[in-house]
Ligand binder design. Structure first.
Ligand code: CS2
Length: 503
């Protein structure tokens, strides 16, 4: 994330007192914010939750609800809290499409905290009976999971530290467990945990992870979580790149005042939620959320078609020096590869999705990816591949295998990820591999160099990433190896041209 949130150049700052003076076209809260109390504690105060969940909640508050304000908590750095507090936690969402900008000031975030220096306050709030839901956007890696199996990574340094000192947690499983324990001790009914990250079966998975952590800490607490805490699954969608300085400047021009940390995103948003909230929930459906019994089909469609295509585009693009998803979609070859990925590998793995034509969904995705107003950097999407590849691309490849077929485009995407791990693009420009397994991945690259066969063998052996059954499939391995050799010897262009000539 660009790091000049504090650069407001002495200009007037977005705040409650100045709301009335904003240009008429700027949408703003039409409710009395002073009457709003906190009902949701949100963990992970990045751009995504502010562009998605907080905008839905803002619209629920506009219908007259008073007790569903959000307190946002960041686990990592005080930067967003320190940007938001001086502006009464107001911030702007700028949506862009077809050359048009729409500005909206969101009011549903009523306070911001950071665990590094306010852990006691955060835990006290989690015990408060007014808080009925804990929502999370901490990215895939935030759950300290083994990505391929979706279980707790018990060797994770933060998990080990939290098990040694469980009342001062730093990890998400540790924090949730401690909050649940304190709440139980205080005799307050348990909150619902709503995981809004891109994990397959996100609620089920995080329930398993937190239960395991709690069991290691105290088996009785583990049983309590298993028996009493609701973790509904949910599918969240809105393309929301990290905020850049140019976005801050555009927002300042549109508002006439500065906003230290606005959010820029596409106009599209979607939210599908399993309706299991024992202590109630905001009427998110009033803002267009879809409440369902079973999120799974929606989640698979989104994770595979949207996120799987994103990751494929990201690795091929970073290696060939293409900076954004919109630029990738303007390339003559890449959209054709993605169309094949959808048609040949991903759509055939999806169960029927209620009320949805999946082919039309992918056509709409193509339009969303092409939006040049949303400068979504391919290097940003390339991060955390060890966490993202399994649900987005490797699971569908495994599904194809189990169905007696084979993935045609996933091996190319996997080869592109391996080529990406070498850390230098085709023009010789170096980039950083951001990944929770980066040390291990760097060791593989250091050991194997650009020897395609050794790279594939060493990486396929990492069971946190590759399902053993898929890694053991000779055809899948040969396909990845063939593409990787081609990428290394002849480059992305020629590899794609040849690939597109095949059936
Ligand atoms: C992206 C997602 O960064 C990534 O890995 O694929 O953040 C994507 O933009 C969102 O899931 C869209 O809802």
């Amino acid at each position: 994330m660009s790091n000049s949130a504090d650069r407001t150049d002495g200009a007037q700052r977005l705040c409650m007192a100045g709301l009335g003076a904003l240009p008429a076209a700027v949408r703003r809260p039409r409710y009395d914010r002073t009457a709003i109390s906190a009902g949701i504690l949100h963990i992970g105060l990045g751009a995504f939750c502010r562009g998605h969940l907080a905008t839905y909640t803002d619209e629920v508050l506009e219908t007259g609800a008073r007790d569903w304000g959000i307190v946002g908590v960041d686990l990592l750095s005080p930067a967003i809290r320190d940007a938001l507090k001086p502006q009464d936690c107001l911030y702007t969402v700028l949506t862009r499409e077809n050359g048009e900008d729409h500005l909206r000031v969101v009011g549903s975030m009523i306070d911001a905290m950071v665990t590094s220096d306010q852990l006691r306050d955060v835990l006290a709030l989690a015990v408060n009976p007014d808080i009925r839901i804990i929502t999370l956007t901490v990215t895939e890696k935030g759950y300290c999971q083994d990505a391929a199996t979706g279980t707790l990574d018990e060797n994770h340094p933060m998990i080990r530290a939290d098990l040694a000192d469980p009342t001062a947690p730093r990890s998400v499983p540790g924090l949730l467990t401690e909050a649940i324990r304190l709440r139980r001790e205080a005799g307050v009914a348990p909150f619902t945990v709503l995981v809004c990250d891109n994990l397959a079966e996100n609620g089920i998975k995080v329930r398993r992870i937190v239960t395991r952590f709690a069991t290691l800490r105290d088996p009785d607490l583990g049983h309590f979580i298993e028996d009493t805490i609701s973790f509904p699954c949910t599918m969240v969608d809105r393309i929301t790149p990290a905020t850049q300085d140019a976005d801050r400047e555009a927002v300042a021009r549109g508002l006439g005042v500065t906003d230290a940390w606005p959010v820029v995103c596409e106009p599209f948003r979607q939210w599908v939620i399993e309706d299991r909230f024992p202590l109630g929930r905001p009427s998110w459906e009033a803002a267009g959320a879809i409440m369902v019994e079973d999120v799974h089909p929606f989640e698979l469609m989104k994770l595979r078609c949207l996120n799987g295509a994103h990751s494929t585009l990201a690795y091929l693009s970073v290696v060939s020096g293409i900076e954004t998803i919109a630029d990738a979609m303007a390339d003559p070859l890449l959209p054709k590869v993605i169309r094949r990925l959808w048609d040949q590998d991903l759509i055939p793995t999806l169960p029927p999705v209620p009320g949805t034509d999946v082919v039309a969904y992918t056509a709409a995705l193509e339009g969303r990816f092409r939006n040049p107003g949303v400068r979504h950097k391919t290097i940003q999407i390339s991060s955390d591949g060890s966490q993202k590849l399994p649900p987005r691309l490797l699971e569908p490849a495994l599904d194809r295998l189990k169905a007696g077929s084979r993935a045609k485009v996933v091996p190319l995407a996997v080869a592109a990820w391996i080529r990406f791990l070498l850390g230098k693009d085709e023009k010789g420009v170096s980039y950083t591999i951001a990944d929770p397994l980066s040390a291990r991945l760097a060791q593989v690259v250091a050991d194997c160099g650009a020897d395609a066969g050794r790279l594939v063998d060493a990486l396929f052996a990492i069971e946190d990433i590759f399902f053993p059954e898929l890694a053991a499939d000779a055809e899948f391995r040969a396909d990845v190896l063939g593409h990787l050799r081609s990428l290394l010897e002849r480059g992305v262009r020629t590899t794609l041209e040849d690939f597109l000539k095949t059936a």
